[in-house]
Design a protein around this ligand. Sequence first.
Ligand SMILES: NC(=O)c1ccc[n+]([C@@H]2O[C@H](COP(=O)([O-])OP(=O)(O)OC[C@H]3O[C@@H](n4cnc5c(N)ncnc54)[C@H](O)[C@@H]3O)[C@@H](O)[C@H]2O)c1
Length: 703
Amino acid sequence: MTTATPSTATSMREPTLGTMGLGGVLDLFKGGKLPVDPATAIDRVFGPAGDRGALVISGASGIVGAGKTMQLGARLAPYGVPVVALDFPNAPDGIGQQYAGLEAAFGREGASRIMSNVIRLTYDGKSLPRELKELKPKFLLEAIPEILEVKKAHYALFRESFPDIQIRSVTSGFPMKELGVGVAHPAFPHEINKMWEIVEDEPSDITHMLWALGMVPVRVSDDWSFVLDVLFCGVTLAGLRYHHASNMPFWKIDKYVRRLVGPNPFRAHDAIGAAGADFLTWSCLHHLSNVYGAVFTPTPELDERKDTGQNWYPPNHFRPLVDWKITAEEQEVLDTWVLGPLFQMTSLMLHEHRAHLTNMNMIGELCAQFRSGILALARKLGQERVVQIVEAYHRLHPEAADSAWYPDAYSDMGDPAWQQLYVNAETDGTVGVVTISRESYNSDVDLELNRALDWLKAKGVARVILTSDFHLSTQMVGADTSEFWPALESVEAGMHVAGGWSRTARRLAEEFEVSVGFVAGKRALGGMFELLSHCHYLIAHEGASLGFPEVRVPVVPGMEGCHWTFRKSAKEDWPKILGALLTGQAVKAPAAVGWWLDYAGPMDEALKTAWSVASGGEHGLGCRGVETGALQGVPTDVANLPEADSPATEATRQAIVACVQASSGAPLAEALDVQARLSSEFLAGPIARKGSVGQEYAKTVRI
Ligand SMILES: NC(=O)c1ccc[n+]([C@@H]2O[C@H](COP(=O)([O-])OP(=O)(O)OC[C@H]3O[C@@H](n4cnc5c(N)ncnc54)[C@H](O)[C@@H]3O)[C@@H](O)[C@H]2O)c1
């Protein structure tokens, strides 16, 4: 099915790519190509170019159907795969509503081209439109309402006319064993969210095609509601139960839940559209409770709203003027009502092996707004504390204790699968490949990266490639700014983060014979770019971009961005680096070769080059050294710098220039502390506090 062969590498834990039958990341470098390319994957699903069959999306005017018509339509149009959008004649025009977004993303011409490849058909639901036959449907993505019998009848109708058609349901919760077809469950917002939970016996050509088209298919087990909706509906139910116990208004519960774990579930229902979302949440919980018991039973408030579809927030988001704070004891009770059921439900998912732990953890982060995935959260607390919290919850809600509680599911936290949720390492004995599965750098990534580097060193591996995981992290966007919140209050807290993370980055420069940073995704920015640039070589595929967006946040780069790349480049390139720092504008990979990058090219060539460098083969690239002395003549301004858009930006620019001067003017041995201190002082100052980090902190924590 794919070009991936069984891996010869050993790894800390299974690469998530392997769960889709696509091998490991080291294999992909060693083989010098991706395991499946879009054209091949599309040929396999829709037939060869010139004789392609169609994708049919049924329910194409609905919330999911319209979003997926746009998302898949845009990706399939260049390959000449017709997309049939099928719905009832009287369905509201969901596709029309998506058009503005399409135009914004692709421009008028691009949007017209994509839409001209979408064939809109209507029918009565009982007999398929005649035109369909000529379009040779190969793949039906079913996105009709969440009613089991209706869905099954729909498949029967299609199979009668097209016995070989591949079918996937976007169902929120019905398992494959109930539906009789595989599942591709997407996450909101459907036109942009790239994750799909996949249920099928073996990784299929459809799954490989989704991956090859840049999406994030994630395999989950064939159990009710999969992973995303256990978490999303679970956190909603937790909030509902607390409401039931305390009568606290939903909007206020949202604030506390957001501070505790990240999501604001009631707001999310209103944003998706309460009319449909209330029913879907009820449906998932209703079926889960039938199978697993009371921890999932919907509350009467949800029973009622599944019919009324009423919004959870009051009109105009009206809030009373007096907003009582809760006491510490009340806070503990609230936390127990929220975390208790979440940890209990997660114990069930662990017990049932619903997904690779990295996948399970990341589904919550990428699709349900968890600031830290549920497993990372549990790991931080440890098994004993997690069990205490669930037991305390059972004292508040005794019915939940009777079923679906597996405390032992948390007993393996010391295993690599638990310890390396975000960072993996693979090696063939000579070269190590370290992969990061998170788009933004945080303290968990930092700890895990250190463990991965230790693991390689303990194996005597002195040559390493650092990259993203070719799966969950489709880009590397920088530091997770929620990690800066303590630094808004204390310079020392900032020093701890900036200094610690910079020391991790320096390991790549100092502790390995050869290190190669590889930009595999769309972009490497901010802290992630700073991290990668510590490698001896930096290689990117030609479509990537690199940059320092910090000035726009505003923050001052903290992981040595103000001096490291100056030390690695020629004097004549310094104005470009300063320009990038002061404007925040990203640079396309090909334009960054010679000063930030050592190579940029087509993906396969970039992979091959990275492997040659790492494995000691022929590559023809020179190694740009790091100047260890104080740099002389680093510019303090940039010609033709566009005017700052606000006094805050101007002040941030000045702080960045000061940091560049101080850190690059110091010897390398001292520069780390100089940079960490100046970036931390900026974070604890008035501009950062008024900027987006401070605002997010105020909105989330100081409630
Ligand atoms: N809303 C979400 O965010 C979300 C997320 C993940 C999965 N889902 C799942 O997606 C599916 C659709 O949900 P939705 O929220 O998009 O619903 P929706 O009500 O917005 O859309 C359903 C569409 O299906 C059409 N339809 C009904 N019967 C049909 C038939 N027999 N043939 C063709 N079209 C038909 C309707 O006219 C409507 O346009 C459900 O299974 C749901 O569980 C929804």
